[in-house]
Design a binder for this molecule. Sequence first.
Ligand code: PLP
Length: 375
Amino acid sequence: MKLFDVYPLYDVTPVSAKGIEVWDDKGQKYLDFYGGHAVISIGHTHPHYVAKIKDQLDKMAFYSNSVQNPLQEELAEKLGKLSDCTDYDLFMCNSGAEANENALKMASFHTGKAKVISFKNSFHGRTSAAVATTDNPSINAPINQQQEVTFLPLNDFEAFEQAITSDAYCAVILEAIQGVGGLDEPSTEFYQFIAQKCKENHVVLIADEVQSGYGRSGKFFAFQHHNIQPDIITIAKGMGNGFPVGGVLLHETFKPSYGLLGTTFGGNHLACAACLAVLDVVENEDLIANAASLGAYFKEKAAEIPEIKNIKGRGLMIGLEFDFEVAELRKKMIYDQHVFTGSAKNKKLLRFLPALNITKEHIDLFFEALKTVLR
Ligand code: PLP
């Protein structure tokens, strides 16, 4: 059997990693400023993370959601406190797309409606319901035609008001910082307007924090830069630092009932151990503050490089915009400088999504590599 060939791959085979350093099968070292799509939040193979997972593995990896799992409760408690979202309940699943599917499903149950408002260049995943909320028809044609999606331009108050007052929508889903799309953001005024209009029209507001959450933006959740309160928050990526896990935070106004949502693997013991270890490290190493201050340092350094035309994003979720497409630049960064970076739908944007415990020295190394490639 061969692999179903859906990913364009760089010719690099990582076999081990520590912190932001990654080694390939030939012994070459790389610096990881991409973290596998913003997944590596506390650094590769963090000793606390490894110890907690090994310890759990020795005891038990999995039992189903038909029996008590105190690790889920411990996680919900800790996550609520650290994120300042104590008035939400946690439902655990396995990925970002699954989190968004469940969120959309809940919105639909809650309102009795099916249509969804999303925004141009947003990305919410590639499963049936989540797929329907992307706007790239070539790869993301909605499979489930029932969940019709309207894509609106970001920060267009008039278009939004016109749509939301039509009484057809169950949910608005948005990223506070667009990841895959290229780091565009709703303004605070627009996000507050959305929140207000959702309330007035009984539409569920879903904050997709799959990429921007877990401290990456310099606050636990990126929507917290805008002083709003979503009805549902979806999480994944940095939540497990590489362990596949996702979650839906439902405001306590949503009432649960048996069978409403469900999953086999979601919230299993190993996943909980990974998530608890991540939160321990985020707290003990003060990583949210580190993301904020190092993001500011990164932007200062980027501002010194004339080839960079625009700097987007917050914290350690940053995009550097050039006046040329960056595919060749990324190749040179990886093959010549041995530095991993990310791309976006905006082809002129180079993305920087490192572990939240990087240092100024790491950022200096990144800019040395970038300058060498640019000159
Ligand atoms: N939502 C956002 C904002 C994302 O960036 C992604 C993935 O890139 C997803 C959802 C989907 O997550 P997953 O790939 O874990 O299904």
